[in-house]
Write a protein that binds this ligand. Structure first.
Ligand SMILES: [Zn+2]
Length: 250
């Protein structure tokens, strides 16, 4: 979704949690090739220090985002908290105020990427053990519930819409665990669950947090959609993309 005419743009029906009026215009790409800086953010929105169901980790300098990303994070966190008051989402890094390079990340350049601790965690630290097995520190069902909330928000028109979530990066061991769980519980009969699973991309370096990337807002004409490498289907088959343009600490 991009490059809509004014007429088409007026037909856009965003998910109710996507505030497309809020400031924060994404320019260019979320990440450049190699060390190239491609993205910028204009008039970004700062994620508040805290709010119902979420806490910001890290200072104001690194938590500026596109309006629809900030509104989605705040409202999805609040919705989860309303279901379970113990649930507090810890959000730890979006973009710099004007975007651009955000070391050590390759992306996070135009306000469309966020690093978020796994639901139930309040500190950085792996949910895997030394043999790379998923431990009880990873609350599978709570994370899945949150991802469903995020992925359910769609962008586009009545005829042509898609989830606003481009991808969610987690460690390969976590994706494997999710696939095993999904098979055992038959959860992939549900369309939204399949949509969540296919967007979860195994990428090393994501064992203490997941990385969320959204698609450009259709109103941000200078935002360039990045190619997202997702496996075919739900990505639970053996042949999966394990490496690609986005690497550890993306
Ligand atoms: Zn990241």
């Amino acid at each position: 979704m991009r490059g809509l005419s004014a007429d088409e743009a007026s037909d856009v029906i965003p998910g109710s949690w996507l505030d497309l009026e809020l400031g924060g215009e994404s320019i260019g790409k979320a990440q450049g090739r190699g060390a190239e800086v491609s993205g910028r953010l204009e008039k970004g929105t700062l994620l508040p220090e805290k709010g119902p169901g979420f806490v910001r980790l890290g200072g104001a300098a690194v938590n500026w985002g596109a309006g629809h990303l900030v509104s989605l994070l705040m409202r999805a966190s609040e919705a989860l908290n309303q279901r379970d008051s113990r649930s507090v989402i810890h959000i730890g890094g979006i973009s710099h105020r004007e975007g651009g390079r955000f070391q050590p990340h390759k992306s996070h350049q135009n306000g469309l990427d966020a690093d978020i601790l796994f639901v139930g965690r309040s500190r950085w630290g792996s949910v895997l053990n030394s043999s790379q097995k998923v431990t009880e520190r990873f609350d599978l069902e709570k994370n899945w519930e949150f991802w469903r909330l995020l992925v359910s928000q769609r962008i586009g028109t009545d005829e042509d819409s898609e989830s606003v979530v481009a991808m969610i990066l987690v460690s390969p061991a976590i994706k494997d665990r999710l696939c095993q769980w999904a098979r055992e519980k038959n959860v992939l009969d549900d369309e939204l669950n399949r949509d969540v699973m296919r967007r979860i991309r195994p990428t090393s370096g994501h064992d203490g947090h997941f990385h969320l990337r959204l698609h450009c807002s259709p109103f941000h004409k200078k935002c360039v959609r990045t190619k997202v490498l997702l496996a075919a289907g739900d990505g639970c088959q053996k042949k999966r993309i394990r490496r690609g343009a986005v690497q550890a600490r993306s």
